[in-house]
Ligand binder design. Structure first.
Ligand SMILES: C[S@@+](CC[C@H](N)C(=O)[O-])C[C@H]1O[C@@H](n2cnc3c(N)ncnc32)[C@H](O)[C@@H]1O
Length: 358
């Protein structure tokens, strides 16, 4: 039981941080045309602490919104980790300014109790979701897969914050391949400071009081952007010495997105940060490396290889753990590699498999 509580608390702690108004503003300024006449739902947002609520309430007329709905989650571990001080879960409806002062006054905001705890998966929250055109929030990272699945099931437009590692989740990859989800404009330097009362592990130069720095955070969306129409300018041509073929995938390795050869017709493995430059008219995404073998299957297993340190000693692990990773022949510049007799291979980070669109 203690362990269960601890795990729940850990998950809650990871989820309890709040987005800065400036970051919301920076992303949302690219999407103004999508919001006219629309009902927006922020469904992981205590209006007392959520800047998503503040942003949409104060920009209601500017964006020409029809309605703003915000639901507040009453965290079960409230005493331990939540900043939410909700006595109970509520939802809130704002239909815009009525008294002409262009400010959301308390009497213009309808506050209604929820029967349950405000979980986005609950029936009453799903009823609110059905009324929404666009969902915008920073959902709990620990429930990201379920969160996205629900948005797609209900055919909603969305703009949400998540971690770029979600690009590798087996539940998310098929949406990426089907062009049902892509990346928005993102955070400066690929990292964001969130408002949090928890320990910040950021280095001193990045430290901001009362904030936690999270690297690799991105905006996920299915709203059309100008960025997604931009062609990636390519300058490299294919050369078999430079672009090695993987040992276990029928594709060539490209270490940097801007080094994608312009004239290669086959499959190319690129870092997942490629998603930030992805234009569906220029490229097709065929899959991602990994144990699940999306789109492109790994053609080889390494069970009878041994892991070797740079100094030549064995770690004691077999090559089983590298199955599914993109592998190149030879030794890496640094780090461990795998050996079977005279055969040596090493693994790379996850790769997206892409092709030029004809
Ligand atoms: C990363 S925080 C972001 C909060 C807010 N959207 C923001 O950006 O400032 C995620 C929030 O989701 C809430 N939450 C956790 N589980 C939830 C659930 N099942 N349904 C709805 N909200 C949930 C957490 O209490 C937390 O406040």
């Amino acid at each position: 039981m203690a362990n269960k509580n601890l795990n729940a608390a850990k998950a809650a702690k990871k989820d309890e941080f709040y987005t800065q108004l400036e970051d919301i503003n920076n992303e949302l300024r690219h999407y103004k045309e999508h919001f006219r006449g629309k009902t927006v739902l922020c469904n992981c947002d205590d209006p007392r602490v959520s800047n998503f609520f503040t942003y949409f309430a104060y920009n209601f007329e500017f964006l020409g919104l029809k309605r703003l709905i915000t639901t507040c989650y009453k965290n079960q571990d409230m005493d331990l980790f939540s900043q939410n001080e909700c006595e109970r879960a509520i939802y809130l409806i704002y239909d815009g300014d009525k008294n002409g002062n262009n400010i959301p006054d308390p009497e213009e905001i309808g506050i209604h109790p929820l029967k349950g705890d405000g979980d986005f998966r609950s029936r009453e929250c799903i009823e609110l979701l059905k009324q929404a055109d666009i969902v915008v929030t920073n959902p709990p990272f620990s429930l990201f897969r379920e969160y996205v699945a629900q948005l797609i099931e209900y055919n909603k437009k969305f703009l949400i914050i998540g971690h770029q590692r979600a690009l590798q989740y087996k539940e998310i990859v098929p949406y990426i391949m089907d062009n049902k989800i892509w990346l928005g404009y993102g955070f400066k330097g690929g990292a964001a400071h969130f408002i949090s009362k928890y320990d910040d592990v950021a280095t001193a130069s990045n430290h901001k009081d009362g904030m936690i720095r999270v690297s690799g955070v991105v905006w996920f969306t299915n709203l059309e952007t100008k960025k997604r129409q931009e062609q990636l300018i390519l300058y490299k041509t294919y050369n078999a010495d430079y672009y090695q073929t993987y040992d276990n995938y029928d594709a060539i390795n490209v270490d940097k997105t801007d080094e994608i050869p312009m004239d290669y017709d086959g499959v190319m493995g690129v870092p997942i940060t490629f998603m930030d430059k992805y234009n569906p008219n220029q490229f097709e995404i065929l899959g991602v490396s990994g144990k699940y073998g999306f789109g492109l299957e790994s053609t080889k297993v390494y069970d009878d290889f041994r892991e070797v340190r740079p100094d030549g000693t064995e770690t004691g692990s077999s090559g089983k753990k590298t199955n599914g990773n993109p592998m190149l022949k030879g030794r890496p510049d640094k780090g461990n590699y795998y050996r079977r007799g005279s055969e040596e291979v090493f693994s790379l980070y996850t790769r997206l498999f892409i092709k030029h669109k004809k």
